[in-house]
Design a protein. Structure first.
Length: 452
């Protein structure tokens, strides 16, 4: 029974010591995990193995330590094995309890050396309070259990001290308040806002929110993108920043390069830092997805910023050909550029809309334009306003360019049935009414001749 109890104690003290040593492993700034394993092997495992070997008879030259076992064995019978196991269990308990006591004492010594200055007062308070409370309890345990319970008594004294003082190893961040800086920015006093942010950062040098606010001030209000870039990069170099904060900071910097610097190349380079720092992670995939949406060049960015003009054909089929702003050669080049973009990102809706209009309105390939519009209709999750717009576009091109009245009627009716409250549906209804009226007039004797 005592052997079983000794094994339970042996396992428990290992887990307890590991729990209180673990905070020192973070970043390997104080201790390494190998230090704990070495301490456990030399201080607990080796003495335990030697104790078991002695008690199992491998080293019987230590006879004086084994008087009870020797007497039981000389008396004959198998009862001496129970005495042996009992002796081993008591030894395990003593070794494990004293090893844990020394381990906790070592934790306290490490804390005394490494605890931040601002937490030392709290450390002393815990030391005095728990010593005052637990030393009498430990003395009572020794009085009752004798030297056999000495290690356990030391653990009772040191365990609450280690438990309540280990969290003090972490340096508490000073609270920061940026309401004053925000108020000054709203009033346009950007120099005063900068001074207020810097004042708060002096109190807490690694405050992520403060550094990002300062970088935003430089980028958006002082128009100093270089300083904002340097600020963000220095922030991301801080060792205590987590990957999510690094991605957030670099993503904001990329947005500033794109929106304020008109520099897609610089924005892409910023996000590539995330891909290289965290390859294969969801942050890298987010960065890659965002880069895929970036314009290829500054000219492309400016074109997007001006907005693509998607000229929706009228639902009348009696108009002349569209007037184009570029030659047929330029339209073909623009269509090729759209095709290349869609190869890289097939879900680029704006590019596919532009390609459809180029095919139908400038290159004389309404069939290809309709095909691109139908691909847009097949994309999941599109708003009803866009679906109605694309259906109206298909119907107009079928009537105007393909001269396919039957297909045009069918598309316009589909538009009315599926999106009856849309502006395109009302226009389609008027167009169908006009077509019916024209058909009736043509069928009258002496009516107008059909238009070719």
């Amino acid at each position: 029974m005592r052997l079983f109890f000794g094994i339970i104690v042996f396992a428990s003290v290992l887990i307890t010591a590991w729990y209180y040593w673990r905070p020192f492993f973070e970043g390997e700034r104080i201790l390494k995990q190998s230090d704990f394993f070495g301490w456990a092997i030399k201080g607990l495992v080796v003495p335990t193995v030697l104790w078991i070997l002695i008690n199992c008879g491998v080293m019987w030259s230590f006879g004086p330590f084994m008087q009870e076992v020797s007497k039981a064995k000389n008396a004959g019978g198998a009862g001496w094995i129970d005495v042996l196991l009992d002796y081993v269990g008591r030894g395990l308990f003593v070794l494990a309890s004293w090893w844990l006591a020394f381990s906790l004492a070592w934790v306290v010594c490490v804390l005394i050396k490494n605890i931040p200055d601002e937490n030392r007062e709290g450390f002393r308070t815990h030391m005095i309070f728990w010593s005052f409370v637990m030393v009498p309890v430990a003395a009572l345990i020794v009085l009752i259990g004798g030297w056999f319970a000495g290690g356990f008594a030391a653990c009772v004294w040191l365990l609450p001290i280690a438990h309540y003082t280990t969290p003090l190893l972490i340096k508490r961040k000073a609270p920061t308040f940026y309401s004053g800086a925000i108020a000054r920015m709203k009033m346009g006093k950007f120099d005063e806002a900068e001074a207020e942010i810097l004042k708060q950062l002096e109190e807490c040098e690694d405050d992520f929110e403060g550094w990002m606010m300062l970088a935003e001030l430089y980028a958006e209000h002082f128009q100093d993108l270089d300083t904002a870039d340097q600020t963000v990069r220095e922030l991301c170099a801080q060792p205590d920043l987590n990957p999510g904060q690094v991605y957030t900071a670099l993503s904001r910097l990329a947005d500033w390069h794109l929106a304020l610097g008109d520099d897609p190349f610089a924005a892409r380079n910023v996000l590539e830092i995330v891909c290289k720092a965290y390859p294969g992670t969801h942050l890298a995939r987010l960065a890659q997805a965002k880069m895929a949406q970036f314009p290829r060049s500054r000219a492309d960015l400016l074109e997007r910023r001006q907005g693509r003009r998607i000229r929706l054909p009228s639902l009348r089929d009696d108009l002349e050909n569209d007037e184009t702003e570029s030659s047929r050669v330029e339209a073909a080049a623009a269509a090729n550029d759209c095709v290349n973009r869609l190869k890289a990102d097939p879900d680029d809706i704006g590019t596919r809309e532009k390609l459809a209009c180029l095919f139908a309105q400038q290159l004389g390939r309404a069939d290809l334009g309709i095909e691109q519009s139908r691909l847009l209709l097949e994309m999941p999750g599109q708003p009803e306003s866009k679906m109605a717009e694309w259906l109206a576009q298909i119907g107009a091109w079928q009537l105007k360019y393909l001269r396919n009245v039957e297909a045009g009627r069918k598309t316009l009716q589909q538009l009315i049935d599926e999106y009856p409250q849309s502006p395109q549906a009302f226009a389609a209804q008027r167009r169908l009414s006009l077509m019916d009226m024209e058909a009736r007039l043509r069928n009258r004797p002496g009516g107008p001749k059909p238009r070719v």
